[in-house]
Design a protein around this ligand. Structure first.
Ligand SMILES: [Cu+2]
Length: 152
């Protein structure tokens, strides 16, 4: 069994800033447990929500959704975690954050990520992380959700 950790929410001192998944693309064959650790700028409130390549900022029908996971402003350890076990690795798994406070994380900041079964995620062709993130930023008219507050 493999384990992969993704930090949810970055910070202002790294490329991509405080509203992103780090790393944004992972290799996770079937059986992998992906631990999303909500360790970015606090207070934080993000989600890990499955979408599709074609609609990067919309919940995929029947897709997974962590729901909003709030990170209090006063903690320095014990950050909340949410685990996702990869049960089907035959296609890439695309996901995003549906938070709209204080900016739409998906459309404005491109807070998206994906999981690919191969050791190396594709860096060319049509379905790359870069193409997915650009499609997210190009999305308009997304209903989205808004919950809580977010620093940063
Ligand atoms: Cu977010």
């Amino acid at each position: 069994m493999y384990f992969v950790q993704v930090e949810v929410g970055g910070n202002t001192s790294i490329p991509g800033g405080p509203v992103q998944f780090v790393p944004a693309s992972i290799s996770a064959p079937k059986g992998t447990v992906v631990t999303f650790r909500f360790s970015g700028v606090i207070a934080g409130n993000h989600t890990v929500t499955q979408s599709s390549f074609d609609k990067p900022c919309q919940l995929l029908d029947g897709g997974f959704d962590s729901g909003f996971i709030y990170v209090p402003s006063n903690i320095t350890y014990g950050f909340p975690e949410w685990n996702l076990t990869i049960t089907d690795d035959t296609k890439p798994i695309w996901y995003y954050c549906k938070q709209l406070v204080h900016l739409p994380h998906c459309t404005a900041a491109g807070m998206v990520g994906f999981s690919y079964r191969a050791i190396n995620a594709p860096t060319s062709g049509s379905e790359t992380f870069a193409a997915f993130q650009q499609a997210a930023k190009n999305s308009t008219g997304i209903p989205g959700q808004q919950e809580g507050t977010l620093k940063g």
